[in-house]
Design a protein around this ligand. Structure first.
Ligand code: MRU
Length: 369
């Protein structure tokens, strides 16, 4: 999307590849909204660390970062022999797959790449790796644009839309999932208002979604995580759209940022439609139960403290919680299908339990472009 930085507006993707230097380029999301900076990773291990440390985050963006990381690792192999190359690649794959456990996009991206790396030579497979990573990134953009068109009619003139966390373009290569219908509605001249859940502990809603919407000129307010129920009860929210980090094709369960489940329960209580927007790379066709989704537990420090910027512009962490108290920090939760009105996909809107019936077409991610 376009970013206005130092007085100039320029189009950026969240993640891309510098072929000449074999580096992955990333927007440093931990510095937003106070500073816009692009960083690069020198090797696949650094790329994996950038995913773990959340320099890049969001399902599609870490899918693309893992894909580029796999290509980066493949291209760094300087020895001979396909067997040695395969052993090296298995190590690269393992490192990137372990970087964050909940989102399925990195696993789907790398699985798709490995299936395309069938050349007879190391050089051939290295080329195929980069081409497949680029294709994943292009598909991510195309899927987000397509799901935006399908979701656009849900946003009526004057609608008040609640979203949770950041499932905007920063969470993907471009465009975003939950925000894609909003950008499409804006392009169609509709006016509407977005409520961004703050999304503690890392505050992706207050920091990233609010920054994105401000950059695109979309009217919005940040609300404390606890405020959504009150606004729903007062009739001030018409629609909820969230993203997902892993949607189970077999059951329609949706893993997304911690707090999503709470919002879905509230929306059901108040008869408010609750939609989840996903590109096809977010579907896990294998797991049979949401209980089996690995839920990332992050450092307790994220709950006990917060990062901010001092009046002089210095980034600083401050302790919020009672000294000596410990914290639990599950980063995701699972919303059951009965709380979800529809899953907005690049191929249309489906009831969550209908995904499995349509698996033949939804499983063909590449068929969109
Ligand atoms: O921990 P994050 O920031 O990587 O979490 C991902 C998210 O931003 C959300 O869960 C989002 O709603 C889905 S990712 C498109």
């Amino acid at each position: 999307m376009n970013v206005t930085h130092q007085g100039k507006s320029r189009h950026y993707r969240t993640v891309w590849f510098d072929k000449a230097r074999n580096r992955v380029r990333l927007i440093e999301q931990r510095l937003l909204p106070h500073k816009f900076k692009v960083v690069s990773t020198a090797d696949y291990r650094e790329t994996a660390r950038a995913i773990t440390d959340m320099i890049v985050r969001g399902a599609g963006a870490i899918g693309a970062a893992a894909a580029y990381g796999l290509a980066q690792g493949a291209r760094a192999f300087r020895r001979r022999g396909l067997k040695a190359f395969e052993r090296h690649l298995a190590k690269v794959h393992h490192t990137l797959a372990e970087a964050r456990p909940t989102a399925v996009d990195p696993l789907n991206a790398m699985r798709g790449m490995l299936a395309q790396m069938t050349g007879d030579t190391v050089a051939g497979r290295q080329q195929q790796a980069l081409a497949a990573a680029e294709q994943f990134a292009e598909d991510d953009v195309a899927h987000c644009k397509a799901l935006g068109q399908h979701g656009e009619p849900l946003i009526r003139e004057g609608a008040r839309v609640l979203t949770h966390c950041n499932a905007g373009w920063l969470a993907f290569v471009d465009v975003g999932s939950a925000t894609a219908p909003m950008y499409a509605a804006q392009a169609n001249g509709k006016s509407f208002h977005v409520f961004c859940d703050e999304t503690r502990p890392r505050s992706q809603g207050a920091i990233l979604t609010a920054w994105e919407l401000a950059q695109q000129g979309i009217a919005h307010d940040i609300i404390a995580d606890n405020a959504a129920g009150h606004l729903m009860q007062r009739g001030e929210i018409d629609l909820v759209i969230t993203g997902s980090d892993r949607t189970l094709g077999r059951t329609g369960e949706v893993a997304n940022k911690i707090g999503t489940y709470t919002k879905a329960v509230l929306a059901k209580r108040h008869g408010i439609p609750f939609y989840v927007a996903i590109p096809l790379s977010t579907i896990d066709w294998e797991l049979e139960s949401g209980q089996a989704i690995p839920i990332e537990e992050r450092d307790e420090d994220e709950v006990l403290s917060a990062w901010g910027v001092t009046p002089s512009g210095r980034r600083q962490q401050v302790r919020l919680a009672n000294p000596g108290s410990n914290a639990r920090n599950p980063a995701f939760d699972v919303t059951p299908p009965e709380l979800i009105t529809g899953i907005i996909t690049p191929l249309g809107i489906f009831k969550p339990r209908q995904l499995w019936k349509h698996r033949a077409k939804l499983g063909q991610a590449a068929a969109i472009c």
